[in-house]
Design a protein around this ligand. Structure first.
Ligand code: BGC
Ligand code: BGC
Length: 602
């Protein structure tokens, strides 16, 4: 069967309406269903007329190569085109700092680092390049940008947000959307966007309070940590409506003004009510007041959390305004259940038609009916020098210099010896953090890139000896003028990264003590998804650079470390003095200033 044809922009609306009229209930519900790539075959995509397939964190093909990605996505799309109406699917990924599940993609700094750049044009370029690497593999939908305004550095997702300030988040989120949605210039005539951005997680995900996330006992699949994990993530935002609107909703206005055509709902609750069943916030505020015409997608299995009775859960979400459900594994159950609640009248046909109209309109605006594939000629651009150059620029703009006694930095390229320590100095995985190849990220050589140590070796003079001991176990008596220690967190994502305290780990303190014995002056570089409490240790350091989670391009760090470029990054979060100034609301009430204020940077 040939593909359903959809014409130019003017006729898009009527064309899409015509398709919806031709669709059976089963076909409509198929469009509202989004399934993980590992849980469905291309034949099943065609059978159910599935609207979207996704790769969650770590959802890569085997082998994990750009070519295999392009082939995998192509095979799902070809199957979708063979369904009765030939409606193209849309493939989604979490490309939250580059096309980050794919080995070989350029990995940009996580958003917290982009926040430190304060550079909207650069962020737009990051979005544009990410889109090009996605299109090379036939992927059209990115679950980003995250426009959370994180207010608690204990949160495991803090680095996914641009910073604590609502205006910063609004400006950079909008810039990212523009870059992502006009990636290949095809929107030049205003007709089509090229890849779809997704503002997430709607709304107030950065405002949740500490405390055990409700245990959804009926969800056997969920391995809630019984410790400090999952104490903030997916929790409850107990804030009044004015705070919700002025701080957490505002970036959505900016993203919508920039044209964002999809929004993902947050797992979290607002004053005890789950966002996924929130008619007021999803339908009245987002679609009504804010005039959002795109599609609203759920988070991963989030509908399951609404009610132990799955029929009630599905009806609640769809009636609240959910258009597409991310039901990654047991999608047949969603299809059967939604069918049942439509037939019983618990969900109206009008609501289904509205959801499907929104989904197909987004696909039409993307040009998917005309060109359902990406552009495999872009495969050669994946991880290209040009793309890496932009990531390198983003890294160097993101570094925040917070201490520099006696102008220790920049370092001279021709010093005789430089002692380097810290496992993170030579580890791409630690340099990238969570959401890199794997959902949680991983230490080690997980994807091509340049570690900081490699970058240093490239840049110093031939006469300079760089001596590297990951654990700072230099021989006794070894002593240099300058030592450089790289500290890092272990990678984490989502609630797995929630922490009761964000102090330096004991190993790091031991590393510091060892390193101090071997150098006159110490430079500390920190790879972290958030500020850590360092107040007691800082006096021992001569220079301190917050480097966030910079990604694959370590040369961006040496660019400023050795003075080829100036430090320009500014703190995207206030840097608390102690845990008593955490969360942000505690800092606001504190009589003592933070260690470094928002915007600090030498
Ligand atoms: C996360 C989302 C992500 C989705 C798909 C969820 O667990 O909260 O941010 O887009 O998974 O991977
Ligand atoms: C997936 C992630 C997702 C998470 C949600 C993981 O298995 O890979 O993409 O965000 O589950 O719980």
């Amino acid at each position: 069967m040939t593909q359903t044809s959809v014409g130019n922009a003017e006729s898009l609306v009527t064309d899409v309406e015509r398709i919806v009229e031709e669709m059976t209930l089963a076909e409509k519900i198929g469009q509202m269903t989004q399934v993980a790539q590992a849980a469905i075959t291309p034949a099943e995509v065609a059978e159910y007329g599935i609207g979207s397939v996704l790769s969650g964190g770590g959802g890569y093909p085997t082998p994990n190569t750009p070519r295999a990605w392009a082939d995998m996505v192509r095979s799902f799309q070809e199957a979708a085109l063979k369904s009765r109406l030939g409606i193209p699917l849309i493939y989604g990924v979490d490309a939250v700092h580059g096309h980050n599940n794919m080995i070989g993609a350029v990995i940009f700094p996580h958003n917290i680092g982009l926040g430190a750049t304060r550079d909207a044009a650069l962020v737009e370029e990051v979005g544009r390049i990410t889109a090009r690497e996605m299109l090379a593999t036939n992927v059209h939908w990115n679950f980003g940008p995250c426009v959370a305004v994180p207010r608690d550095i204990r949160w495991g997702r803090i680095y996914e947000g641009f910073g604590e300030d609502v205006n910063l988040v609004g400006e950079l989120g909008a810039a990212y959307v523009r870059g992502q949605q006009i990636a290949d210039g095809s929107a030049a005539d205003g007709e089509f966007i090229s890849t779809l951005a997704c503002a997430k997680h709607y709304v107030g995900d950065g405002a949740t309070g500490w405390g055990p996330t409700p245990r959804y006992d009926w969800l056997q699949w969920w391995n809630w940590g019984n410790d400090e994990r999952w104490q903030l993530d997916q929790g409850d935002a107990a804030i009044d409506e004015e705070t919700l609107r002025t701080i957490h909703l505002a970036p959505y206005r900016d993203a919508i003004a920039a044209g964002v055509d999809s929004v993902m709902v947050s797992y979290s609750s607002w004053n005890g009510d789950k966002l996924h069943a929130h008619y007021y916030l999803l339908t009245e505020v987002l679609k009504g007041e804010l005039g959002f015409n795109g599609l609203v997608v759920s988070d991963w299995m989030a509908v399951d959390q609404l009610d132990p009775d799955y029929e009630r859960a599905v009806a609640a979400a769809v009636n609240a305004g959910l258009d597409m459900a991310m039901v990654p594994i047991n999608y047949q159950r969603f299809i059967t259940t939604l069918t049942k609640v439509v037939q019983s009248g618990a969900v109206s046909m009008a609501r289904i038609d509205d959801a499907v109209l929104r989904i197909l309109s987004v696909k039409a605006r993307l040009g998917l009916f005309r060109q359902p594939f990406g552009d495999e000629s872009l495969l050669e651009e994946i991880g290209s020098p040009a793309h890496r150059a932009v990531a390198r620029e983003a890294v160097r703009r993101s570094l925040v210099l917070l201490k520099n006694e006696n102008q220790l930095l920049p370092l001279a390229k021709d010093m005789p010896t430089l002692l380097v320590a810290g496992p993170a100095a030579d580890d791409i995985g630690l340099q990238c953090g969570g959401w890199t190849i794997e959902w949680q990220g991983a230490a080690g050589r997980i994807t091509p890139g340049t570690t900081l140590l490699e970058a240093m070796k490239e840049v110093v003079s031939p006469g300079t000896v760089i001596s590297y001991e990951p654990q700072a176990e230099f021989e006794e008596g070894v002593r240099a003028e300058v030592g450089l220690l790289v500290l890092s967190e272990q990678p984490y994502a989502e609630g797995e990264g929630d922490r009761a305290t964000v102090e330096l780990a004991e190993e790091d303190v031991a590393l510091l003590t060892r390193m101090r014995q071997h150098c006159e002056r110490l430079v500390v570089i920190l790879f972290s998804g958030r500020p850590l409490i360092i107040t007691d240790h800082l006096p021992e350091w001569d220079a301190f650079v917050a480097a966030w989670l910079p990604g694959t391009e370590g040369q961006g760090i040496t660019d400023v470390l050795f003075g080829d470029y100036p430090f320009t990054g500014r703190l995207p979060h206030s840097w608390p003095r102690s845990m008593e100034q955490v969360p942000f609301s505690a800092l606001e009430q504190s009589s003592v200033p933070p260690l470094f204020p928002y915007g600090a940077g030498l």
